[in-house]
Design a protein around this ligand. Structure first.
Ligand code: XIL
Length: 464
């Protein structure tokens, strides 16, 4: 869908919700995106336009309180076609008291973006840092439930307005262990990450769902651990669409030699890759060369769909003393800007016209006739998310119905990619318009969320 950028003069096209929904749900296979690659003929004169000619976006982190600064907004509107709220969508900003949501600052950024045809990257739904005090003081089931509620409420509020969500941020430890980072969220159980992704998909099936981290930009123990997680998620049908590479670089943490190869190996898992928080400390030609390398690496990886720099002017940066951005404090273009634009206007590997399926191939042979269904369950104390995979038998299906029995006290609160009849006891889920027709052996997924305990008995599937 990012390819649509190429047809709109540097502004991302609005995505039709039907198309976006279907593309995510049926495994990103059915959407014919129109490619309009400029084949280098029209070198752009702004970052956004040049990236769009290569089928990518070029974004920046934005702070709501700077939207009244005319120099800042002038550069923003001229150069960028994607924005990431720098702090305004974080847990402490959006849910300062438990259950009390505050979207005023984030809305200012989203409204500015929409009014100016820019995409929005949502950042970040679940993170150990910048949690409100009340969440920092929670643990166990109460924290798990609060986190899932937060993910659900925020992603639901912004449903249809977010291009990509950083669903989980920075969940792995630095150093050579490849372990998860210790945090209150991690202590609720290893499955907190997949539970967050499932809740996000349920709340907004149109957004691409990303895992985002730093020090994962080259191959190392940490990126290997993230790689293994993504591989596992893809194999088990946990909804993940993209991996974000923050790419905060300085002399102690330079652009790795294998940056492009690392992006490529993740892309080869069947996810998009995005450069999400790029800044490179330094100045002059050295800094410019490093920016050029990063941009060329993204363009060389077909599924590297966009680049976001973490601020506009050096003085806007969270690391201002390192002058890591593309514009100086007066808003003038730096050599790093020119190198970035030149790299964007150079050669590129076009992104694929049809993204690879996010639903893995069935590992079991198709049943003969009818259909079958399996349930993957994510439970916590007081609730669950069920992901159901439907596999068509040898005759294919024109439609399907999956019957599930819920234990006493359990209630379905939310269903996606299916229609539910009933909410407790015997519940039947029927296909929606776009996922009823399955070829022999083909699969589709739907899901539901509920309170109480999830189903334990195997579901039954009936084809029509
Ligand atoms: C930073 C912001 O830029 C600062 O304004 C804030 O004080 C701290 O957070 N990784 C992330 C971003 O995912 O959210 C962080 O942003 C930078 C590191």
């Amino acid at each position: 869908m990012d390819n649509m950028l190429a047809r709109t003069g540097g502004r991302p096209a609005r995505r039709g919700p039907r198309v976006a929904l279907a593309s995510v749900v049926v495994g990103l296979s059915a959407v014919a995106t129109t490619m309009a690659m400029a084949s280098g003929a029209n070198a752009g004169t702004t970052l956004g336009a040049s990236a769009a000619e290569k089928g990518r976006y070029f974004g920046t982190a934005v702070a709501a309180n700077k939207l009244s600064d005319t120099t800042y907004v002038g550069i923003l509107n001229r150069e960028f076609n994607s924005v990431t709220p720098e702090n305004e969508m974080k847990w402490d900003a959006t849910e300062p008291s438990q259950g009390q949501f505050s979207f005023t600052s984030a809305d200012r950024i989203v409204n500015h973006a929409r009014a100016n045809g820019m995409q929005v990257r949502g950042h970040a739904l679940a993170w150990h840092s910048q949690q409100p005090g009340w969440a920092q003081n929670l643990a166990g089931g109460a924290l798990r439930q609060a986190m899932l509620n937060h993910v659900t409420q925020v992603a639901t509020y912004y449903r249809g307005k977010i291009h990509s969500w950083d669903v989980v941020n920075e969940a792995f430890a630095d150093g050579g262990t490849g372990a998860r980072r210790d945090s209150n969220l991690q202590r609720t159980g290893d499955d907190w990450i997949e539970a967050a992704f499932r809740a996000a998909r349920a709340a907004d099936p149109t957004a691409k769902l990303c895992y985002n981290d730093y020090n994962t930009d080259g191959q190392n123990a940490k990126s290997n651990a993230v790689y293994a997680m993504v591989q596992d998620f893809k194999a088990r049908g946990v909804p993940i669409d993209c991996v974000g590479f923050q790419s905060h670089f300085n002399s102690a943490s330079p652009v790795p030699a294998d940056y492009q190869a690392n992006l490529q190996r993740f892309a080869d898992l069947g996810v998009d890759v995005q450069i999400t928080e790029l800044d490179i400390e330094g100045s002059g030609q050295t800094q410019a060369d490093n920016y050029g390398r990063v941009v060329r690496a993204c363009l060389a990886v077909a599924r590297c769909t966009g680049i976001t720099v973490w601020g506009i002017r050096d003085t806007d940066s969270w690391r201002a003393s390192g002058t890591p951005l593309l514009f100086d404090g007066n808003g003038n273009k730096k050599p790093a800007y020119t190198a970035t634009l030149d790299a964007l206007n150079g050669g590129a590997t076009p992104p694929p016209s049809t993204p690879a399926p996010s639903t893995p191939a069935p590992s079991t042979p198709p049943p003969s006739g009818g259909c079958s269904a399996t349930v993957a369950l994510n439970s916590w104390n007081g609730g669950f998310v069920a992901t159901v995979r439907v596999t068509a038998g040898s005759s294919g299906t024109g439609g399907w119905a999956v019957a599930v029995t819920l234990p006493g006290g359990a209630t379905v609160t939310n269903t996606w990619s299916a229609r539910a009849t009933g909410t407790s006891g015997a519940v039947t889920f029927r296909n929606v318009e776009y996922n009823g027709r399955l070829a022999a052996g083909a699969t589709t997924e739907f899901g539901f969320q509920g309170t109480g305990a999830g189903p334990t008995a195997a579901p039954t599937c009936t084809a029509s």
